[in-house]
Ligand binder design. Structure first.
Ligand SMILES: [Zn+2]
Length: 154
């Protein structure tokens, strides 16, 4: 996945959302037992370290554009793998994995395209979570492969 020099505007270099507001939201999500299981580890953690924050921001932007932005995303509810990219892990940890979770946890309604502000907000949430993972060095050894009751595993 190469960040393209897109004709459409991409993500800003810096989060457009207040980092303290993001932290409060992430802290609340981390109190959900299902969400708290997710951590960056193994290859996904190594990928995050190798790519660095700016590249990951692009990846998050592109992945969200393809998988969450449409009014009716393909396989909604099952479109986000549990591993294979640090952004995917971050999506499960932050409840930005599908439109149902976005609606329930972030108040972004289903059934219509995300606005640009919402798209950037989701990217900010994901990137903030990854940044927190990469600095606090939590390696809890739990397997994240447990289904949320209202989601199927992809
Ligand atoms: Zn979800």
């Amino acid at each position: 996945m190469t960040p393209s020099p897109a004709p459409a505007p991409g993500p800003p270099d810096q989060p457009s959302t207040d980092p303290r507001a993001l932290d409060r939201r992430l802290d609340a999500l981390a109190r959900q037992p299902f969400r708290a299981k997710f951590h960056l580890r193994g290859r996904d953690r190594a990928t995050a370290g190798l790519k660095g924050p700016a590249t990951l921001r692009w990846h998050a932007y592109d992945l969200i554009a393809k998988r969450l932005l449409p009014a009716r995303p393909h396989k909604d509810g099952r479109q986000t793998p549990y591993r294979g990219h640090p952004v995917f892990v971050a999506q499960h940890a932050t409840a930005t994995c599908c439109r149902g979770c976005l609606q329930r946890w972030h108040g972004i309604p289903k059934g219509r395209e995300l606005t640009r502000a919402e798209h950037l907000y989701v990217v900010d949430v994901i990137c903030r979570w990854i940044a927190r993972e990469m600095t606090d060095g939590t390696f809890s050894g739990q397997d994240p492969c447990r289904a949320d009751p209202d989601h199927e595993i992809s």
